[in-house]
Ligand binder design. Structure first.
Ligand SMILES: [Zn+2]
Length: 481
Protein backbone atom coordinates (compact mmCIF):
# COMPACT_ATOMS: atom_id res chain seq x y z
CA UNK A 1 0.00 0.00 0.00
CA UNK A 2 1.16 3.48 -0.76
CA UNK A 3 -0.81 6.50 0.18
CA UNK A 4 -1.34 10.07 -0.49
CA UNK A 5 -3.11 11.57 2.49
CA UNK A 6 -1.04 14.31 4.07
CA UNK A 7 1.96 13.48 1.95
CA UNK A 8 5.31 14.98 2.61
CA UNK A 9 7.50 15.02 -0.45
CA UNK A 10 11.20 14.68 0.17
CA UNK A 11 13.27 15.55 -2.84
CA UNK A 12 16.97 15.09 -2.96
CA UNK A 13 18.61 16.92 -5.80
CA UNK A 14 21.53 15.09 -7.22
CA UNK A 15 23.77 17.91 -8.25
CA UNK A 16 26.08 15.83 -10.38
CA UNK A 17 23.36 14.22 -12.44
CA UNK A 18 21.01 17.15 -12.31
CA UNK A 19 18.21 14.81 -11.36
CA UNK A 20 15.76 14.91 -8.55
CA UNK A 21 15.02 11.73 -6.68
CA UNK A 22 11.85 12.07 -4.73
CA UNK A 23 10.28 9.90 -2.18
CA UNK A 24 6.75 10.56 -1.12
CA UNK A 25 5.79 9.77 2.41
CA UNK A 26 3.02 10.49 4.76
CA UNK A 27 3.18 12.48 7.91
CA UNK A 28 2.03 11.06 11.18
CA UNK A 29 -1.62 11.94 11.43
CA UNK A 30 -3.05 8.73 12.72
CA UNK A 31 -5.37 8.94 15.61
CA UNK A 32 -5.77 5.35 16.45
CA UNK A 33 -6.73 3.10 19.22
CA UNK A 34 -3.90 0.93 20.39
CA UNK A 35 -4.50 -2.56 21.56
CA UNK A 36 -0.86 -3.55 21.41
CA UNK A 37 -0.61 -4.07 25.09
CA UNK A 38 -3.77 -6.07 25.44
CA UNK A 39 -3.42 -9.78 25.81
CA UNK A 40 -3.99 -11.59 22.52
CA UNK A 41 -7.48 -13.03 22.34
CA UNK A 42 -7.91 -16.75 22.45
CA UNK A 43 -8.84 -18.25 19.11
CA UNK A 44 -12.59 -18.44 19.53
CA UNK A 45 -15.29 -19.33 17.05
CA UNK A 46 -15.18 -15.86 15.54
CA UNK A 47 -11.51 -14.96 15.73
CA UNK A 48 -8.34 -16.03 14.01
CA UNK A 49 -6.47 -14.61 16.98
CA UNK A 50 -4.87 -11.44 15.60
CA UNK A 51 -4.76 -9.08 18.59
CA UNK A 52 -5.25 -6.00 16.38
CA UNK A 53 -8.47 -7.22 14.77
CA UNK A 54 -9.84 -9.88 17.11
CA UNK A 55 -13.09 -10.22 15.16
CA UNK A 56 -11.38 -10.96 11.87
CA UNK A 57 -11.10 -14.42 10.51
CA UNK A 58 -12.11 -17.64 12.09
CA UNK A 59 -10.26 -20.63 13.45
CA UNK A 60 -11.21 -24.26 12.96
CA UNK A 61 -10.69 -24.50 9.23
CA UNK A 62 -8.30 -23.57 6.46
CA UNK A 63 -9.76 -22.22 3.22
CA UNK A 64 -8.06 -23.77 0.20
CA UNK A 65 -10.10 -22.13 -2.58
CA UNK A 66 -12.60 -19.36 -3.21
CA UNK A 67 -14.80 -19.46 -6.27
CA UNK A 68 -16.68 -16.18 -6.30
CA UNK A 69 -19.51 -15.69 -8.76
CA UNK A 70 -21.15 -12.28 -8.96
CA UNK A 71 -23.53 -10.37 -11.19
CA UNK A 72 -23.36 -6.60 -10.92
CA UNK A 73 -25.64 -4.04 -12.49
CA UNK A 74 -23.77 -0.71 -12.28
CA UNK A 75 -26.72 1.67 -12.76
CA UNK A 76 -28.66 -0.09 -10.02
CA UNK A 77 -25.58 -0.79 -7.87
CA UNK A 78 -27.12 -4.21 -7.42
CA UNK A 79 -24.92 -7.20 -6.70
CA UNK A 80 -25.91 -10.84 -6.66
CA UNK A 81 -23.36 -13.30 -5.35
CA UNK A 82 -23.00 -17.06 -5.32
CA UNK A 83 -19.72 -17.99 -3.70
CA UNK A 84 -18.21 -21.40 -3.10
CA UNK A 85 -15.67 -21.67 -0.27
CA UNK A 86 -13.65 -24.89 -0.12
CA UNK A 87 -12.02 -25.49 3.25
CA UNK A 88 -10.40 -28.18 5.34
CA UNK A 89 -11.58 -28.60 8.93
CA UNK A 90 -8.72 -28.44 11.42
CA UNK A 91 -11.09 -29.44 14.21
CA UNK A 92 -14.58 -30.90 14.45
CA UNK A 93 -17.05 -28.17 13.45
CA UNK A 94 -20.65 -28.27 14.68
CA UNK A 95 -20.76 -24.66 13.45
CA UNK A 96 -18.36 -22.18 11.92
CA UNK A 97 -18.17 -18.55 10.83
CA UNK A 98 -17.39 -16.70 7.64
CA UNK A 99 -16.90 -12.92 7.49
CA UNK A 100 -19.37 -10.99 5.33
CA UNK A 101 -20.27 -7.36 5.69
CA UNK A 102 -23.80 -6.22 4.83
CA UNK A 103 -25.58 -7.92 1.90
CA UNK A 104 -28.55 -10.19 2.40
CA UNK A 105 -27.86 -13.91 2.55
CA UNK A 106 -30.65 -15.99 1.01
CA UNK A 107 -29.24 -19.52 1.25
CA UNK A 108 -26.28 -21.48 2.56
CA UNK A 109 -25.40 -25.08 1.82
CA UNK A 110 -22.53 -27.15 3.19
CA UNK A 111 -21.55 -30.21 1.19
CA UNK A 112 -24.67 -29.66 -0.93
CA UNK A 113 -26.99 -29.82 2.07
CA UNK A 114 -28.98 -26.88 3.31
CA UNK A 115 -27.41 -25.27 6.38
CA UNK A 116 -28.79 -22.93 9.02
CA UNK A 117 -27.26 -19.51 9.32
CA UNK A 118 -27.47 -16.33 11.36
CA UNK A 119 -25.76 -12.97 11.22
CA UNK A 120 -23.92 -11.63 14.25
CA UNK A 121 -21.88 -8.57 15.10
CA UNK A 122 -20.42 -6.42 12.33
CA UNK A 123 -19.59 -9.13 9.86
CA UNK A 124 -20.10 -12.64 11.21
CA UNK A 125 -22.03 -15.18 9.17
CA UNK A 126 -22.55 -18.10 11.55
CA UNK A 127 -23.24 -21.37 9.74
CA UNK A 128 -24.61 -24.56 11.26
CA UNK A 129 -24.26 -27.47 8.82
CA UNK A 130 -26.84 -30.28 8.86
CA UNK A 131 -24.14 -32.57 10.23
CA UNK A 132 -21.03 -31.48 12.14
CA UNK A 133 -17.94 -31.50 9.93
CA UNK A 134 -15.31 -33.99 11.06
CA UNK A 135 -11.76 -32.90 11.72
CA UNK A 136 -9.65 -33.30 8.59
CA UNK A 137 -12.61 -33.23 6.20
CA UNK A 138 -12.61 -30.97 3.19
CA UNK A 139 -15.99 -29.30 2.80
CA UNK A 140 -17.65 -26.89 0.41
CA UNK A 141 -19.80 -24.03 1.60
CA UNK A 142 -22.00 -22.23 -0.89
CA UNK A 143 -23.39 -18.82 0.06
CA UNK A 144 -25.99 -17.02 -2.06
CA UNK A 145 -26.48 -13.34 -1.34
CA UNK A 146 -27.52 -10.02 -2.82
CA UNK A 147 -27.76 -6.32 -2.15
CA UNK A 148 -25.87 -3.08 -2.56
CA UNK A 149 -22.30 -3.53 -1.36
CA UNK A 150 -21.07 -0.98 1.14
CA UNK A 151 -17.58 0.27 1.73
CA UNK A 152 -15.84 -1.21 4.73
CA UNK A 153 -14.83 1.09 7.56
CA UNK A 154 -13.01 4.26 6.66
CA UNK A 155 -9.48 3.66 7.87
CA UNK A 156 -6.74 6.22 8.33
CA UNK A 157 -6.21 6.13 4.57
CA UNK A 158 -9.84 6.66 3.57
CA UNK A 159 -12.57 4.33 2.47
CA UNK A 160 -11.85 0.62 2.24
CA UNK A 161 -13.77 -2.07 0.42
CA UNK A 162 -16.40 -1.61 -2.25
CA UNK A 163 -16.55 1.83 -3.84
CA UNK A 164 -18.28 3.34 -6.84
CA UNK A 165 -16.16 4.96 -9.51
CA UNK A 166 -16.97 8.29 -11.15
CA UNK A 167 -17.82 6.54 -14.42
CA UNK A 168 -20.57 4.62 -12.62
CA UNK A 169 -18.57 1.43 -12.23
CA UNK A 170 -17.20 0.00 -9.02
CA UNK A 171 -14.08 -1.48 -7.50
CA UNK A 172 -13.10 -3.21 -4.28
CA UNK A 173 -9.81 -2.51 -2.55
CA UNK A 174 -8.59 -1.91 0.96
CA UNK A 175 -6.26 -3.00 3.70
CA UNK A 176 -6.85 -4.65 6.07
CA UNK A 177 -10.53 -4.94 5.07
CA UNK A 178 -12.14 -5.09 1.65
CA UNK A 179 -13.01 -8.64 0.61
CA UNK A 180 -15.94 -9.03 2.98
CA UNK A 181 -17.74 -6.13 1.31
CA UNK A 182 -18.40 -8.37 -1.72
CA UNK A 183 -17.86 -12.03 -0.83
CA UNK A 184 -17.89 -14.24 2.29
CA UNK A 185 -14.36 -15.02 3.42
CA UNK A 186 -12.11 -16.07 6.24
CA UNK A 187 -10.81 -12.52 6.42
CA UNK A 188 -7.36 -12.95 7.91
CA UNK A 189 -4.00 -12.76 6.12
CA UNK A 190 -3.11 -16.06 7.77
CA UNK A 191 -5.58 -18.00 5.64
CA UNK A 192 -4.42 -17.70 2.06
CA UNK A 193 -6.28 -19.55 -0.68
CA UNK A 194 -6.59 -19.75 -4.43
CA UNK A 195 -9.12 -17.33 -5.91
CA UNK A 196 -11.37 -17.64 -8.91
CA UNK A 197 -13.87 -15.01 -10.06
CA UNK A 198 -16.70 -15.20 -12.59
CA UNK A 199 -18.23 -11.75 -12.83
CA UNK A 200 -21.28 -11.04 -14.99
CA UNK A 201 -21.97 -7.47 -16.09
CA UNK A 202 -24.20 -5.79 -18.68
CA UNK A 203 -22.66 -5.55 -22.16
CA UNK A 204 -20.49 -2.47 -22.48
CA UNK A 205 -18.97 -3.02 -19.05
CA UNK A 206 -15.97 -5.22 -18.35
CA UNK A 207 -14.22 -6.72 -15.34
CA UNK A 208 -10.63 -6.94 -14.15
CA UNK A 209 -9.35 -8.93 -11.18
CA UNK A 210 -6.34 -10.92 -9.98
CA UNK A 211 -4.30 -13.50 -11.83
CA UNK A 212 -4.96 -15.09 -15.21
CA UNK A 213 -7.86 -14.29 -17.50
CA UNK A 214 -9.89 -16.66 -19.63
CA UNK A 215 -11.97 -15.43 -22.58
CA UNK A 216 -15.17 -13.69 -21.55
CA UNK A 217 -18.42 -15.52 -22.31
CA UNK A 218 -21.21 -13.39 -23.75
CA UNK A 219 -24.72 -14.46 -22.78
CA UNK A 220 -27.77 -14.08 -24.98
CA UNK A 221 -29.36 -11.81 -22.39
CA UNK A 222 -27.24 -8.69 -22.92
CA UNK A 223 -24.80 -9.64 -20.19
CA UNK A 224 -21.22 -10.96 -20.40
CA UNK A 225 -19.30 -13.02 -17.86
CA UNK A 226 -15.61 -12.31 -17.26
CA UNK A 227 -13.34 -15.01 -15.84
CA UNK A 228 -10.26 -14.51 -13.65
CA UNK A 229 -8.22 -17.08 -11.79
CA UNK A 230 -5.41 -16.60 -9.26
CA UNK A 231 -3.75 -20.01 -8.83
CA UNK A 232 -1.28 -18.78 -6.19
CA UNK A 233 -2.60 -18.62 -2.67
CA UNK A 234 -3.67 -15.04 -1.96
CA UNK A 235 -4.64 -13.23 1.23
CA UNK A 236 -8.21 -11.92 1.12
CA UNK A 237 -7.16 -8.25 1.39
CA UNK A 238 -5.10 -8.71 -1.80
CA UNK A 239 -8.05 -9.80 -3.92
CA UNK A 240 -9.84 -7.19 -5.99
CA UNK A 241 -12.48 -6.62 -8.62
CA UNK A 242 -12.91 -3.65 -10.93
CA UNK A 243 -16.05 -3.13 -13.00
CA UNK A 244 -15.76 -0.34 -15.52
CA UNK A 245 -15.48 0.47 -19.21
CA UNK A 246 -11.85 -0.62 -19.20
CA UNK A 247 -9.25 -0.20 -21.91
CA UNK A 248 -7.10 -3.35 -21.72
CA UNK A 249 -3.47 -3.74 -22.75
CA UNK A 250 -1.95 -7.19 -22.93
CA UNK A 251 1.65 -8.34 -23.28
CA UNK A 252 4.06 -10.94 -21.91
CA UNK A 253 7.16 -10.65 -19.73
CA UNK A 254 10.36 -12.27 -21.07
CA UNK A 255 9.75 -15.09 -18.57
CA UNK A 256 6.38 -15.81 -20.20
CA UNK A 257 4.29 -14.28 -17.39
CA UNK A 258 1.19 -12.68 -18.94
CA UNK A 259 0.68 -8.96 -18.38
CA UNK A 260 -2.82 -7.49 -18.40
CA UNK A 261 -3.29 -3.85 -17.53
CA UNK A 262 -6.61 -2.02 -17.40
CA UNK A 263 -7.29 1.70 -17.64
CA UNK A 264 -10.54 3.28 -16.53
CA UNK A 265 -12.05 6.02 -18.69
CA UNK A 266 -9.87 9.08 -18.11
CA UNK A 267 -6.88 7.07 -16.88
CA UNK A 268 -5.54 6.11 -20.32
CA UNK A 269 -2.73 8.64 -19.81
CA UNK A 270 -1.20 6.22 -17.31
CA UNK A 271 -0.11 3.90 -20.09
CA UNK A 272 3.24 5.69 -20.15
CA UNK A 273 3.76 4.98 -16.44
CA UNK A 274 2.79 1.34 -16.86
CA UNK A 275 5.12 1.02 -19.85
CA UNK A 276 8.02 0.86 -17.35
CA UNK A 277 6.58 -2.32 -15.78
CA UNK A 278 8.84 -4.86 -17.56
CA UNK A 279 11.92 -2.86 -16.58
CA UNK A 280 10.65 -2.47 -13.00
CA UNK A 281 9.94 -6.18 -12.64
CA UNK A 282 13.33 -7.09 -14.14
CA UNK A 283 14.99 -4.76 -11.63
CA UNK A 284 13.04 -6.19 -8.70
CA UNK A 285 13.91 -9.72 -9.86
CA UNK A 286 17.59 -8.74 -9.73
CA UNK A 287 17.09 -7.84 -6.05
CA UNK A 288 14.45 -10.29 -4.82
CA UNK A 289 14.68 -13.29 -7.18
CA UNK A 290 12.21 -14.53 -9.82
CA UNK A 291 8.82 -12.80 -10.02
CA UNK A 292 6.62 -14.94 -7.76
CA UNK A 293 3.14 -14.28 -9.18
CA UNK A 294 1.16 -15.95 -11.96
CA UNK A 295 0.48 -12.71 -13.79
CA UNK A 296 1.41 -9.04 -13.81
CA UNK A 297 -0.12 -5.72 -14.78
CA UNK A 298 -1.93 -2.82 -13.20
CA UNK A 299 -5.45 -1.51 -12.64
CA UNK A 300 -5.55 2.24 -13.20
CA UNK A 301 -8.67 3.79 -11.77
CA UNK A 302 -9.45 7.44 -12.37
CA UNK A 303 -10.17 8.17 -8.72
CA UNK A 304 -8.19 10.14 -6.20
CA UNK A 305 -8.60 7.62 -3.42
CA UNK A 306 -6.20 7.81 -0.50
CA UNK A 307 -4.05 4.84 -1.45
CA UNK A 308 -2.78 2.54 -4.15
CA UNK A 309 -2.76 -1.13 -3.23
CA UNK A 310 -0.64 -4.11 -4.21
CA UNK A 311 -3.56 -6.39 -5.13
CA UNK A 312 -2.02 -9.67 -6.15
CA UNK A 313 -0.32 -9.73 -9.52
CA UNK A 314 -2.16 -6.58 -10.55
CA UNK A 315 -1.95 -3.56 -8.23
CA UNK A 316 -4.77 -1.04 -8.20
CA UNK A 317 -3.52 2.51 -8.73
CA UNK A 318 -5.12 5.77 -7.68
CA UNK A 319 -5.12 8.61 -10.22
CA UNK A 320 -2.07 10.22 -8.56
CA UNK A 321 0.15 7.14 -8.86
CA UNK A 322 3.41 7.61 -10.77
CA UNK A 323 6.54 5.52 -11.38
CA UNK A 324 7.68 5.28 -7.71
CA UNK A 325 4.30 3.83 -6.77
CA UNK A 326 4.55 1.20 -9.51
CA UNK A 327 7.95 0.21 -8.09
CA UNK A 328 6.47 0.11 -4.58
CA UNK A 329 3.38 -1.97 -5.36
CA UNK A 330 5.33 -4.44 -7.48
CA UNK A 331 7.94 -4.90 -4.74
CA UNK A 332 5.00 -6.05 -2.62
CA UNK A 333 4.45 -8.96 -5.00
CA UNK A 334 7.41 -10.51 -3.14
CA UNK A 335 7.22 -8.65 0.17
CA UNK A 336 3.62 -8.90 1.36
CA UNK A 337 1.92 -10.97 -1.30
CA UNK A 338 4.06 -14.06 -1.84
CA UNK A 339 5.35 -13.81 1.72
CA UNK A 340 2.43 -12.53 3.77
CA UNK A 341 2.45 -11.19 7.30
CA UNK A 342 1.52 -13.59 10.06
CA UNK A 343 -0.13 -10.79 12.05
CA UNK A 344 -0.74 -7.13 11.27
CA UNK A 345 1.98 -6.10 13.73
CA UNK A 346 4.45 -7.57 11.19
CA UNK A 347 3.44 -5.00 8.55
CA UNK A 348 6.99 -3.60 8.26
CA UNK A 349 7.74 -6.79 6.32
CA UNK A 350 5.49 -5.30 3.63
CA UNK A 351 5.88 -1.56 3.80
CA UNK A 352 9.47 -1.06 4.95
CA UNK A 353 10.67 -3.25 2.07
CA UNK A 354 8.38 -1.84 -0.63
CA UNK A 355 9.47 1.65 0.43
CA UNK A 356 13.14 0.68 0.43
CA UNK A 357 12.67 -0.84 -3.04
CA UNK A 358 12.00 2.72 -4.20
CA UNK A 359 15.37 3.76 -2.76
CA UNK A 360 17.06 0.85 -4.52
CA UNK A 361 15.38 1.81 -7.79
CA UNK A 362 16.55 5.42 -7.44
CA UNK A 363 20.06 4.18 -6.66
CA UNK A 364 20.18 1.88 -9.69
CA UNK A 365 18.34 4.02 -12.24
CA UNK A 366 19.07 7.60 -11.24
CA UNK A 367 22.38 7.25 -9.42
CA UNK A 368 20.93 8.35 -6.09
CA UNK A 369 23.52 8.43 -3.33
CA UNK A 370 21.57 6.60 -0.64
CA UNK A 371 24.03 7.36 2.16
CA UNK A 372 23.61 11.05 1.40
CA UNK A 373 19.83 10.67 1.15
CA UNK A 374 19.83 8.84 4.48
CA UNK A 375 21.88 11.49 6.25
CA UNK A 376 19.72 14.25 4.81
CA UNK A 377 16.52 12.62 5.99
CA UNK A 378 17.93 11.92 9.44
CA UNK A 379 19.15 15.51 9.72
CA UNK A 380 15.74 16.85 8.71
CA UNK A 381 13.84 14.46 10.92
CA UNK A 382 11.62 15.73 13.63
CA UNK A 383 10.52 13.89 16.73
CA UNK A 384 7.48 12.31 15.14
CA UNK A 385 9.58 10.29 12.70
CA UNK A 386 11.15 8.44 15.60
CA UNK A 387 8.18 7.96 17.92
CA UNK A 388 6.36 5.61 15.56
CA UNK A 389 7.27 1.98 16.00
CA UNK A 390 8.06 -0.29 13.05
CA UNK A 391 7.07 -3.47 14.86
CA UNK A 392 3.96 -3.98 16.99
CA UNK A 393 2.83 -0.40 16.50
CA UNK A 394 -0.76 -0.99 17.60
CA UNK A 395 -3.99 -1.39 15.64
CA UNK A 396 -4.71 1.62 13.47
CA UNK A 397 -1.04 2.65 13.53
CA UNK A 398 0.19 0.07 11.05
CA UNK A 399 0.90 2.69 8.41
CA UNK A 400 2.14 5.53 10.62
CA UNK A 401 5.92 5.01 10.64
CA UNK A 402 6.68 2.35 8.05
CA UNK A 403 6.96 4.62 4.98
CA UNK A 404 9.46 7.10 6.40
CA UNK A 405 11.30 5.32 9.17
CA UNK A 406 11.09 1.94 7.42
CA UNK A 407 13.50 2.64 4.52
CA UNK A 408 15.88 4.44 6.90
CA UNK A 409 15.91 1.37 9.15
CA UNK A 410 16.61 -0.96 6.23
CA UNK A 411 19.36 1.25 4.89
CA UNK A 412 20.96 1.28 8.34
CA UNK A 413 20.60 -2.52 8.47
CA UNK A 414 22.28 -2.79 5.07
CA UNK A 415 25.24 -0.72 6.31
CA UNK A 416 25.32 -2.67 9.60
CA UNK A 417 25.61 -6.13 7.97
CA UNK A 418 27.17 -5.15 4.63
CA UNK A 419 25.89 -5.47 1.06
CA UNK A 420 26.76 -9.13 0.67
CA UNK A 421 24.68 -10.32 3.62
CA UNK A 422 21.93 -7.77 2.95
CA UNK A 423 21.54 -8.83 -0.70
CA UNK A 424 21.46 -12.46 0.37
CA UNK A 425 18.67 -11.72 2.85
CA UNK A 426 16.64 -9.81 0.23
CA UNK A 427 16.57 -12.91 -1.99
CA UNK A 428 16.45 -15.61 0.65
CA UNK A 429 13.33 -14.25 2.39
CA UNK A 430 10.96 -14.58 -0.61
CA UNK A 431 12.53 -17.96 -1.44
CA UNK A 432 12.23 -19.47 2.02
CA UNK A 433 8.67 -18.31 2.71
CA UNK A 434 7.25 -18.31 -0.83
CA UNK A 435 3.41 -18.48 -0.90
CA UNK A 436 3.42 -18.62 2.87
CA UNK A 437 3.12 -16.48 5.98
CA UNK A 438 6.01 -15.28 8.11
CA UNK A 439 6.56 -12.99 11.08
CA UNK A 440 8.96 -10.22 11.98
CA UNK A 441 10.81 -12.54 14.35
CA UNK A 442 11.33 -14.96 11.43
CA UNK A 443 12.99 -12.09 9.61
CA UNK A 444 15.26 -11.23 12.52
CA UNK A 445 16.29 -14.88 12.66
CA UNK A 446 17.15 -14.92 8.95
CA UNK A 447 19.26 -11.76 9.24
CA UNK A 448 21.08 -13.08 12.30
CA UNK A 449 21.74 -16.39 10.58
CA UNK A 450 22.93 -14.75 7.35
CA UNK A 451 25.11 -12.07 8.91
CA UNK A 452 26.44 -14.15 11.79
CA UNK A 453 25.99 -11.10 14.02
CA UNK A 454 24.02 -10.61 17.21
CA UNK A 455 21.73 -7.77 16.16
CA UNK A 456 19.40 -7.76 19.16
CA UNK A 457 20.29 -4.22 20.23
CA UNK A 458 20.12 -2.95 16.63
CA UNK A 459 16.65 -4.42 16.07
CA UNK A 460 15.44 -3.15 19.42
CA UNK A 461 16.63 0.36 18.66
CA UNK A 462 15.23 0.57 15.14
CA UNK A 463 12.15 -1.66 15.07
CA UNK A 464 10.85 -1.92 18.62
CA UNK A 465 12.00 1.48 19.77
CA UNK A 466 10.03 4.73 19.77
CA UNK A 467 12.99 7.11 19.92
CA UNK A 468 15.88 8.06 17.66
CA UNK A 469 18.37 5.17 17.75
CA UNK A 470 21.68 5.80 19.48
CA UNK A 471 24.51 6.90 17.18
CA UNK A 472 26.06 3.42 17.03
CA UNK A 473 22.86 2.15 15.35
CA UNK A 474 22.02 5.37 13.50
CA UNK A 475 25.41 5.58 11.78
CA UNK A 476 26.71 2.04 11.36
CA UNK A 477 29.62 1.15 9.08
CA UNK A 478 30.22 3.66 6.28
CA UNK A 479 27.44 5.89 7.59
CA UNK A 480 29.70 6.78 10.52
CA UNK A 481 30.98 10.29 10.10
ZN1 LIG B 1 2.92 -0.50 0.41
Amino acid sequence: MHHRTAVRVVCLTLAAAGLAACTVSRSNDSSARSSAEEAPPAATSDSAGDPYYPEDGNPGYDVTAYHVKISYDPPKQALRGDTLVTAKASTSLPEFNLDLQGLEVSAVTVGGEEAKFTREGDHELVITPAEPIAQGDTFETRVQYSGTPESAEAGSLGENGWQRSSSGGAFAAGEPHSATSWYPANDTPRDKATFKLDARVPNGWSVVSNGLESPATPGNDGWTTFHWNEPNRVATYLTTVGIDKWTFERSTLPSGVPVVSAYAPGAEGKKSVESRLPEIIAFLESKFGPYPQSAAGGIYINENIGFSLETQGRPIYAAWAEEPVVVHENAHQWYGNSVTVDQWKDICLNECFASYAQWLWDEAKYGANLDEQYRTEVARSTGHLWTGKLYDMGAGNEFTAVYEKGPLALHALRREIGDEAFNKVLKEWPTRYRDDNASWSDFEKLVTETSGKDLTAFFDAWFRGDAQPADEFLYPGPLRK
